[in-house]
Design a protein around this ligand. Sequence first.
Ligand SMILES: [Zn+2]
Length: 525
Amino acid sequence: MRRGARETLVEAEERLAPLALASNVAWWESQVEATEENAARRTEAELALSDVLADETLFDAVRAAREAGVNGETRRQLDLLHDGMLKHQVPEDLRARIVELESSVDMRFSRHRGVVGGIEVGDTEIKRILRRSDDPFERREAWEASKTVGAEVASDVRELARLRNQAARGLGYRDWFALSLQTDELDEQKLIETLAEADRATAEPFARWKGALDEKLASRFGSPVSELRPWHYADPFFQEPPPDGSVDLDPLFADQDVVALARRTFEGIGLEVEGILRRSDLYPREGKNQHAFCIDIDRGGDVRILANTVETHDCADTMLHELGHGVYDLGFRDDLPWLMRSTHLVATEGSALFSGALTTRAEWLEGILGTSPSDIAGLGTRLEAARAAELAVFTRWVLVMNAFERALYADPEADLDTLWWELVSRYQGITPPDDRRAPDWAAKIHIAVAPVYYHTYLYGAIVGLQLTSALEDAAGGIVERPEAGRILREKLFAPGQSVRWDTLVEESTGSPFSVASLERAVAKV
Ligand SMILES: [Zn+2]
């Protein structure tokens, strides 16, 4: 006898919830302490979860229930379950190979440290050198150190692309890129058009801003513009503007408690974060993940952040970003079923990027950081221009990442080293290092462990802009306005995944998702 939709949903939740919890805990442990043992436990937990997601009988029941024509929240849960299970409908040995390889590459990223001046250094130190050092040789060494992890993992990242493609083709998809978009509720043609629009909207403002930046860098380093190379820009991937092309807010953060600032920001709009901070791992340490993330462990209030916080503007932005994910996870309406107690990637990145961007707003600097009104007046329109530059630089970087990943899955055997620098020079206007032959693309962790994800950040940035203007209109501002927090909670957080991301964006911001807000913001560069 065929099971009904209800029974199928009940069975799915009963089987998935405990394994998802175990897998999240194991994942957290593997990031906090990157040991072989923790990586093995994580692999084991992920495989156990993946086994249920791969269960053919359950998947058939989900498909049958969808075809039987149910609607409302029952249909929505079946759709989410279907999309969540589809990628796992691949032969067991292939599935295991992918999970094991991802876990192993991820562990090597966490443990790897570059070497500068004969000393092992973490990513934070490399970034500090690239922001502060006036010595081109030291900068070059730091930049090269930031890429050495690439050579260590490149062949495995290529292998992951092959294996993911094999899985996707077995399911009738062109490649992993196409399958990923399908299960993320993104239309490929529409994505390509949106990115082309974002390219058109940012090309001129970016080129204008970068022209001025290059003049400044040339004079700072005493070399002609034509001799500027990637290490002259402060970020290893030029995914954010160097202080020279922005407003350097770091001096305002010296001796500040970044975590306390973040706590005050959210409490000021009526969103509780104390529980998250208590469970979190917030400061740099040997052997832990060098990046930052937020994880909802149990869809029931255990939300944690991993970060590597020091006293810089960048870290304040990151702290608010991760808490922007965290308050979302805590904000689902109480009666929402487990399967919908999650976020679409675009919506949660929207909340996170919106939150991080608060740190460049005059009202935040004054109200939270305590910067004097006269200092803020001194910054004048430069803050808005700095935000515009940040968006332009980030958009160009997302264009690199998306084009690269599309090409990687179209042909994992291609000359990726050359392709990478072609894209970097086309979209970011950076001159490649002379005669460089290295898998620099593989040094970007997302390509290995968060595949076909990067466009989500750009979509999220656009949603963040839409949220900002909607809250400005409705609450007269954001910082220390509980009304802004209330709107976020009720309109964006509460529904979880009970509606599709594009509907949610339209309903919570009052306008459909559109590149128009990006175009307007970037024009202020
Ligand atoms: Zn994020």
